[in-house]
Design a protein. Structure first.
Length: 134
């Protein structure tokens, strides 16, 4: 599935270029985490996911939030760390639930929960692993 070495090099270069902007650095760490997860280099993926999570959490921006949560959760599950994954999944579910209550338009709610791939996957995992649904 693609050239993972090139993807890794691009993600690393993005991190170098984004070093002065914590939010962009967080997204670059997310790219690294995603590539390393795909390569099954789980320790490297976890380190990048943790950095991404912390950097993006400290910024006011919400873009990439669900994708970063999902990547982090998938890495933890791949490592067999189900308790930490479920804890993070529970927090992600709460964030999604809160966002849904703030959306007043049913079509926009459906767009958020059904067409956003990461949200849909987080909701599916929440139902499977935690028995929670919207």
């Amino acid at each position: 599935p693609g050239d993972l070495r090139s993807a890794s090099n691009c993600a690393t270069k993005a991190l170098e270029l984004a070093s002065s902007n914590p939010h962009l650095a967080g997204i670059a760490h997310f790219a690294i985490a995603t590539v390393q997860l795909t390569r099954r280099r789980l320790d490297e993926a976890l380190s990048a996911a943790q950095a991404s999570f912390e950097l993006v959490k400290s910024s006011a921006a919400e873009e990439w939030d669900e994708a970063i949560h999902l990547c982090f959760i998938e890495i933890l599950l791949a490592q067999g760390n189900e308790q930490q994954a479920d804890s993070l999944l529970s927090r992600a579910f709460e964030r999604i639930s809160k966002a849904v209550t703030l959306i007043k338009d049913p079509a926009s709610t459906a767009g958020f929960t059904e067409r956003n791939v990461e949200v849909r996957r987080l909701l599916s995992l929440s139902e499977q692993r935690l028995g929670r649904s919207l």
